[in-house]
Design a protein around this ligand. Structure first.
Ligand code: SD4
Length: 289
């Protein structure tokens, strides 16, 4: 039997898994730990794909997408949220304080402010400069791997074996204004079924959404696949359905009820951070290409 607790996150976000892992070790619930864990990356200004310091859309707006799921199957999500550093916490409030699952744009911002969140400018000088540089050519071409500063999807299993997950991002850099990716879509960027396991995704949101990727990974585990095999099959599905799969990255991580974990990607270079037995590890993933 796997030693509990466990925290895993996309890419090498070891500060986030350390935070979550230490909280879980102290007996914190999976839900609290996963929220606190991903908040580290939302505040990390060096991470230009999540929260504060995230790259803007092509018109210069930083718009954030995030979601969270608890072990009881409850879910909360915010999309196209501006000016709030911790969209995951707003997503949690949507889950706990409203009759809804998802709030978008102005309404999400209004709700966040009602809940006591403070408005702030999330566009850093560095992101502004990079955006201005991008405007010169305006070439919209996703980067395959932005190692260590990309979307964070995290799954936590607490001491009782209960699973919660979260996913948070500023989305693809220089996306169209109004674009929403997979990350805040329940079943695409994240899915948790506490009877089976959980999965999270990163990479080209459009491809992940079209296959409802994280839900697919969990359903494959329900049908007996290991987390590793389930992630691999979900990636293979995306490959099969997208002739241009060489041009983009798509990655999954997963955990099952036995505490087994896995990850897989289209392209080489993907890894996940794993905290278990008071140790943080970076696990390199196999890939289709
Ligand atoms: C999105 N999946 O908005 C996110 C972005 C991402 O690696 O994960 N980038 O499509």
């Amino acid at each position: 039997k796997a030693s509990l607790p466990i925290a895993i996150a996309t890419w090498n976000f070891h500060e986030a898994t350390k935070k979550a892992g230490e909280l879980l070790t102290e007996g914190t619930s999976a839900l609290d730990a996963v929220e606190q864990g991903v908040m580290i990356e939302e505040s990390n200004l060096k991470n230009t794909t999540v929260g504060n310091g995230g790259a803007p859309d092509r018109d210069g707006n930083v718009t954030l997408d995030a979601c969270i799921m608890d072990p009881d199957g409850n879910a909360g999500s915010v999309v196209y949220l501006k000016n709030i550093e911790h969209p995951v916490s707003v997503a949690r409030k949507v889950m706990e304080q409203t009759p809804h699952v998802m709030l978008a744009g102005e309404g999400a911002l209004q709700f966040a402010i009602q809940q006591g969140f403070k408005k702030q400018d999330l566009l850093t000088d560095q992101s502004k400069e990079a955006w201005k540089e991008w405007l010169k050519e305006k070439e919209y071409k996703p980067i395959i791997n932005i190692e260590n500063h990309d979307t964070i999807g995290m799954l936590c299993m607490d001491k009782d074996g209960d699973i919660a997950g979260a996913c948070t991002t500023s989305g693809l850099a220089y996306k169209m204004n109004g674009r929403v990716g997979d990350s805040p879509i329940i079943g695409s960027g994240l899915f948790v079924d506490n009877e089976v396991g959980g999965a999270a995704a990163t990479g080209m949101g459009e491809a992940i959404m079209k296959s409802v990727g994280s839900f697919l990974v969990v359903e494959l585990m329900r049908n007996g696949r290991s987390p590793q095999q389930a992630c691999k099959e979900a990636v293979e599905r995306i490959v099969k359905k997208n002739a241009n799969h060489k041009d983009f990255q798509a990655c999954f991580i997963a955990i099952n009820k036995a505490g087994e974990v896995g990850g897989y990607a289209i392209h080489d270079g993907f890894s996940y951070a794993k905290y278990q037995d008071n140790q943080n590890k970076n696990v390199k993933c196999k890939s289709f290409l």
